[in-house]
Design a protein around this ligand. Structure first.
Ligand code: PLP
Length: 445
């Protein structure tokens, strides 16, 4: 094993980390935890610290760490056939089996699945497919995409633009033209004090209508949204939000992309968030829970209407000019198959629902009346605690105090629990693996 001081130096000198304060890291002013091993809901670092990972990595290790069945499936696939591409109709048993398993579990009306690598590239694929679809239908001007403030859809050029968080735009010259943002369904912060949930939903709908009218429905191709907003602060939709939004989109012939990178494959206690909230998507983005992050793999599940467009398009124009070398990578696909099998075998989706409800309830009972807790919200195995300087007035803490970061750092130092300070606002996020037990939920609380 490398010496600690050596790995520390190599890390700070050579490794350009994602989503990191690079200068502080290089100067050694921020932690650089090197994780060594993990099992169940616990990770262990090189110094022997055993930490309860209440965020499942980046809400992706849904089945929990150290599952030998998945490790074996990956090893077996690597020995047998580490790689072959999926271009021009090629495939592997693993990729074809996984496509079948995904469609069996998908909401009604879905036709095919394209496999990519991560959530960002899957959403890039989705936008290209939507543009292609409208070109095939002979309406080349119908191309703009509506996303929501505080939504998260990745950090590529288009996907970083779709993301409605300032951190991902600042100094990157994003968002790109043609990406529009509408009101976030964040009842706690966005609703007027006089509004109940129904009035706030009506407001979100009116704002969307107004945006569509201003831009012209014939210029707008699709609306993208997470069934429950994740990175923007773990924000469940207010009651009735999705059917009301869907009605507007249907009326204007605007496609709906449900970004289920976090909610897909069980995090809300149902297989898909679309089923959970009554959404009828045209395309569904999947990633994290598809393999529980044992290998990188994502997907775009395409509904009947878009599939018909793709079929017509390739009949008229030939090969679809879109694909990655690693699309449907066999090792990712083998991990996906083993992961979905385990999800069923161990009833983990059901556990996400029941233990997730217990976690949310316990958090409310323990912290609901705290003067610095503004709101506790969540659904399934997702929970957020929003911290405020004064719960009566909902006053924010001074941003420079970085209270969210301080609280999550204290949870780590004092209780060995990892929770995530969400990127915007003093919000502590919880998204444990689905195998969390009630006793483990108690230690998180
Ligand atoms: N979409 C959603 C809803 C996400 O939460 C994420 C990542 O957290 C992404 C897309 C981007 O996925 P990736 O980081 O794999 O590119």
């Amino acid at each position: 094993m490398l010496r600690n001081d050596q790995i520390d130096k190599w890390d700070r000198d050579h490794f350009l980390h994602p989503s990191t304060h690079l200068a502080q890291h290089a100067r050694g002013e921020s932690p650089n935890r090197i994780v060594r091993t993990a099992s169940g809901v616990f990770i262990e670092d090189r110094d022997g610290n055993r930490l309860l990972d209440a965020f499942a990595g980046l809400y992706c290790v849904n089945i929990g760490y150290g599952r030998q069945e998945v490790a074996e499936a990956i090893a077996e696939q690597a020995r047998e056939l580490a790689y072959y591409h999926a271009y021009a109709g090629h495939g592997t048993e693993a990729s074809v089996t996984l496509a079948q398993m995904v469609l069996e579990r998908a909401p009604k009306g879905m036709s095919k699945v394209y496999f990519g690598l991560g959530g960002s590239d899957a959403n890039e694929t989705n936008i290209k497919l939507v543009w292609y679809y409208n070109n095939i239908l002979g309406r080349p001007e119908k191309k703009k995409i509506i996303s929501r403030w505080r939504g998260y859809h990745g950090s590529g050029l288009v996907t970083g633009s779709l993301t409605g968080l300032e951190l991902f735009h600042k100094k990157f010259d994003l968002p790109l033209d043609g990406i529009l943002h509408t009101t976030s369904p964040y009842f706690y912060r966005r609703a007027d004090p006089s509004q109940d949930e129904a009035a706030f939903v009506a407001q979100c709908v009116a704002d969307l209508e107004e945006l569509i009218d201003r831009e012209g429905a014939d210029t707008i191709a699709a609306f993208i949204g997470e069934p429950l907003m994740g990175t923007g602060g773990i924000v469940p939709p207010p009651k009735g939000y999705w059917p009301a939004i869907q009605a507007v989109l249907d009326r204007h012939d605007i496609l709906l992309i449900a970004d289920e990178v976090v909610t897909g494959f069980g995090r809300l206690g149902t297989m898909f968030g679309s089923d959970h909230y009554g959404i009828r998507p045209d395309i569904i983005t999947i990633a994290k829970g598809l393999t529980s992050a044992y290998a990188p793999l994502s997907g775009s599940i395409v509904g009947e209407k878009v599939w018909k467009g793709l079929e017509k398009g390739t009949d008229e124009n030939g090969v679809l000019g879109h694909g990655w070398t690693y699309s449907a990578h066999p090792i990712g696909a083998a991990a996906g198959v083993a992961n979905l099998q385990l999800l069923d075998k161990l009833n983990l989706v059901e556990n996400a629902g029941t233990v997730g409800a217990y976690l949310n309830q316990s958090m409310r009972e323990a912290l609901g009346d705290h003067p610095n807790v503004g709101e506790i919200r969540g659904d399934g195995m997702l929970c957020a605690v929003e911290l405020v300087a004064d719960s009566d007035t909902r006053r924010f803490f001074d941003a420079s105090d970085k209270i969210g970061i301080q609280v999550s750092a204290a949870m780590l130092a004092d209780h060995k629990v990892i929770a995530r300070a969400m990127p915007q606002g003093d919000i502590i996020g919880f998204a444990p693996p689905f195998c969390l037990t009630r006793a483990e939920a108690d230690s998180v609380v």
